[in-house]
Design a protein around this ligand. Structure first.
Ligand code: SF4
Ligand code: SF4
Ligand code: SF4
Ligand code: FES
Length: 612
């Protein structure tokens, strides 16, 4: 046993371009070269994906062997001598690049990836390609612009397969494949569909981010300028409680593109459609100055001084028992501190959450390193949560753990989702019969690292029953591990706000109706719907109509702001600073990416000017 352990941890040593380099057994030549700061050109290789060895740009020579090998797909051998750069390798790489250029229509000046973002063009420059010796094939390849946020121009595809592997290995849906033969080889969607017809694509955009050429391109980013010339700002996605790290590309006070932060321990560079596109590529009507309702009932632009004076007058006219403050579960921890300062100024203070989420907030619990635990799990049980809809990166982690690592998946939720197809057991209606629970126990037999992901609907009586039965099953496993419990709220910062003492309510109507109000201040913050979701609840709209002064502070115009007496412009995700606490309990920073739009102000500053 001891000697086995020693063998497993023994390092290997090889010489690359005359430099002695240490590595781990099983590492490829490319990995060891990179770890030792030795450059080898690549195109189809991407850290984090399986090696494919298709482009042949990373070829190296092994001294004593007549063969050249792709370094990205060749395990390093202890004691070997490697040459990464020689006239022979340079010539072969150059010929490979010329073939790649000649196979499709790489008209660089017409490509949005021109001037520094294209891996193929970059390699062309590095290898001194100023003409192509082979005849161009000029194939008439299709362009698919039917996806909402991105397009694919097959004329610029080099068939490196990075998009195919990304979609399969990181997003876990396997929408993409390569079809046809020879020069007709083509990346295809759902076996020959257009993106708009795809039933599997989640629009996460990971394929676009990982494409080395201009074949996949973001529509909103195209022609906004090369990424290579942008500043980058690292911040946090506030669209769900996972808090993925964002790398935002900015030029001339404009967002050029949004990628996942590869160094974020939460998402490791991956994003879902909300974080990657919806926050900036989706047209939304910003509120950039205060609005006051005039005597004809129309909202008119106003100065901050006038708006605040109007609000203060209305607040003064109301007794404390007639005043309330209602906040979205997405404000920052710092805004939460400000809010709690004003508890004594109003009769009621609460945050509005989705159905059954109040119970989840009543005992806020975080699970440190939940994403890593999810990846390591050998059984994942989802109760009353919809990660595919609400937390795309969590769903991706579940898919890859189940599909690639063969973890068991059990789903207990009333609503269907794409994850159902991977589940060993999927119960949209929970049976209490012995046979069903015997099947559940059989599937979980032997699970050593189970993880239970529970969302708001796990707090219903049936959800609690499911949870209790599962815990009993695990307790009955001799030597088995207790499951790790990962709470999955819907509100971005609802757990932390609850922890700060802000009460969570899910029935806003009764809360409003408890005592007649004369003054209600709603902090919708930068909710994408401008807080309009509040109006979905029966009677809320009518109840708001009965309150003489409703103030809404929001980033975006909506049916809710249209009902307000005063609208105050709030900053949005890319203008904010502060922190949120994600479901793992990490305190994650929001950093301003752009200057504040118009006269918008931070949530806390607005609350200070209204209530202080
Ligand atoms: S957008 Fe995401 S899901 Fe769709 S093809 Fe690309 S990687 Fe796959
Ligand atoms: S579309 Fe891009 S990532 Fe996909 S195979 Fe073509 S060049 Fe590679
Ligand atoms: S999973 Fe959540 S935090 Fe991550 S990008 Fe999507 S919405 Fe943002
Ligand atoms: S990078 Fe190694 S073969 Fe493409």
């Amino acid at each position: 046993m001891r000697s086995e352990t020693m063998t497993a941890t023994k390092k290997i040593s090889l010489t690359i371009n005359g430099k002695v380099c240490a590595g781990e057994p099983g590492q490829t030549i490319l990995e060891i070269a990179r770890a030792n700061d030795i450059y080898i050109p690549t195109l189809c290789y991407l850290k984090g994906l399986t090696s494919w060895g298709g482009c042949r740009l990373c070829i190296v020579e092994i001294v004593g062997s007549p063969k050249i090998v792709p370094s990205c797909a060749t395990p390093a051998v202890d004691g070997s001598k490697i040459i990464t750069d020689s006239p022979r390798l340079h010539g072969l790489r150059k010929a490979t690049l010329e073939l790649l250029f000649s196979e499709r229509n790489h008209i660089c000046p017409m490509c949005p990836y021109n001037k520094g973002d294209c891996g193929l063009q970059h390699q062309g420059y590095l290898h001194g390609i100023n003409n192509v010796r082979y005849q161009y094939l000029y194939p008439a390849m299709p362009v698919d612009l039917t996806a909402k946020y991105f397009g694919i121009d097959h004329n610029r595809c080099i068939l490196c397969g990075r998009c195919v592997r990304t979609c399969d290995e990181i997003q876990g849906v396997h929408t993409l494949d390569v079809a046809y033969r020879g020069i007709r080889n083509q990346v295809v969607v759902d076996m020959l569909k257009k993106f708009s017809e795809s039933e599997t694509c989640t629009s996460c955009g990971a394929c676009v981010a990982n494409c080395p050429t201009g074949a996949f391109f973001d529509k909103a980013a195209a022609f906004r300028g090369p990424l290579a010339s942008c500043q980058t700002v690292l911040t946090t996605c506030t669209e769900c409680p996972l808090g993925c790290g964002l790398k935002v590309f900015v030029k001339e006070n404009r967002i050029v593109n949004v990628w996942g932060d590869p160094d974020s321990p939460v998402n490791r560079g991956h994003l879902c459609v909300k974080g990657r596109y919806e926050t900036w590529a989706e047209p939304r009507e910003r509120i950039t100055q205060p609005l006051l309702r005039d005597k004809d009932g129309k909202l008119q632009p106003a100065t901050w001084d006038n708006a605040i004076a109007t609000i203060r007058k209305a607040a003064k006219a109301a007794k404390k028992t007639e005043k309330a403050l209602l906040v979205a579960p997405r404000v920052t921890n710092e805004t939460a501190q400000t809010i709690t300062k004003f508890t004594g100024k109003v009769d009621r203070l609460a945050m509005y959450v989705t159905a059954n989420e109040a119970a989840l907030c009543s005992e806020p619990s975080f699970n440190a390193d939940a994403m890593r635990k999810l990846e390591d799990a050998d059984a994942i049980i989802i109760i009353g949560a919809q990660p595919s809809r609400d937390n795309g990166v969590v769903a991706a982690r579940i898919r890859t753990t189940v599909r690639k690592r063969e973890a068991k998946l059990l789903i207990f939720h009333a609503r269907k989702s794409d994850l159902d197809q991977y589940a060993n057991i999927c119960a949209h209606e929970v049976s209490l019969e012995h046979q069903f629970w015997n099947e559940v126990a059989a599937v979980l037999e032997g699970a050593q690292k189970p993880a239970i992901l529970y969302g708001p609907n796990a707090m219903t009586p049936i959800g609690v029953t499911v949870m209790e039965r599962l815990i009993k099953i695990f307790e009955g496993h001799p030597g088995g591990q207790a499951p790790t419990l990962i709470g999955l709220p819907v509100g971005t910062n609802s757990l932390a706000l609850a922890g700060a003492g802000i009460e969570a309510i899910e029935d806003v109507g009764p809360w409003l109706d408890a005592k007649p109000l004369k003054f209600l201040h709603i902090v919708a913050s930068d909710a994408p719907d401008g807080g309009a979701g509040l109006l979905d609840e029966k009677y809320v709209s009518d109840l708001l109509n009965q309150i003489p002064c409703v103030v809404v502070q929001a980033g975006y115009r909506s049916a809710l702001t249209d009902k307000a007496a005063v609208v105050l412009p709030a900053t949005i995700w890319c203008e904010k600073s502060g922190t949120i606490t994600n479901l793992e309990g990490r305190r994650l920073s929001l950093r301003p990416v752009l200057p504040v739009s118009g006269e918008a102000r931070e949530d806390a500053a607005i609350l200070e000017s209204v209530f202080a």
